[in-house]
Design a protein around this ligand. Sequence first.
Ligand code: SF4
Length: 337
Amino acid sequence: MKPNLVTRRPVPYLPIFASTPIPEEDPDYVRVMSAEIRVLARRKNAVLLVHNYQVEAVQEIADFTGDSLGLSLEATKTNADMIVFCGVHFMAESAKVLNPTKKVLLPHLGAGCSLADSISPESLEDWKARYPDHTVVTYINSSAEVKSMSDIVCTSANAVSVVRSLPNDRILFTPDRNLGAWVARQVPEKKIVVYDGACPTHDVLRGANVLKTRQAYPDCVVIAHPECREDVLAVADEVCSTSAMVDRVAKYPHATTFLVATENGILHQMRKRYPGKQFIMADGCIGCRLHCPYMKVTGLADVWRALNEELFEIDVPADIAAGARRALERMMAVPRD
Ligand code: SF4
């Protein structure tokens, strides 16, 4: 019998220090495996949604690449029976919530998210009790259960607009403290209480590292994700969401070098879209610090197995799905920033 998973936390399996060669670095393996995945996907009428932070070989088999909400919305437009979500667990949950009649598969159960795990339903209950007259705005990087307990969801692309659109001047923003603090600076007219979660991949970067890296590229443009700390955002030329970071490069036609402060997988899409430009990780190394182990856990073999065995199916209990859908649909009624 196939497992029907209603998991809040995937089983941790993080082969970060694997000593065996990474098969995705073998071009023959990538070519053969990618072709087999495409055949299987066609046979099963599956759509392959791949987040911008996934390994390059997985990004290359995608029907669509993008950020979590963009991908879930893309899935609502297809006639596919099955969604294979190459991302992390909360994204597959959102895809299921927005596409309840489709089978949603997460290829690797180790694909969790530290930020989403930093807020549990119990912890949110606790904060809501402390701030009873506040409207709860929850970042999409959260479990379906936490979304269902929130008034409205936001993404990094629309967080400011969502907060501005609310009639209440008192906001409880969860779970990302860096994004919440950034929103509070853009919307000073509201009193925003910020929860204390963070994405360790972004939170590890310091403004001093960015400044040091920038010394070698004095004419560069710095583009940062708002999950970064305030000292990083203070030295950035642009602060925007994952998908917007790729688009924002076009705003600088005369710039040749860009320092990028987010998970290193985004560089693949940037280099494809702008082959004449140079993209450097803002941490000054090859991206080993700006590296999300959860995003990198999914390989081509996992995708192939997901399609072949229809694993691992993500389901969301009906009452939680209804609450999460309500919070997501409220957000979708608000335009992007
Ligand atoms: S980069 Fe951060 S927020 Fe994104 S999946 Fe990884 S841990 Fe979660």
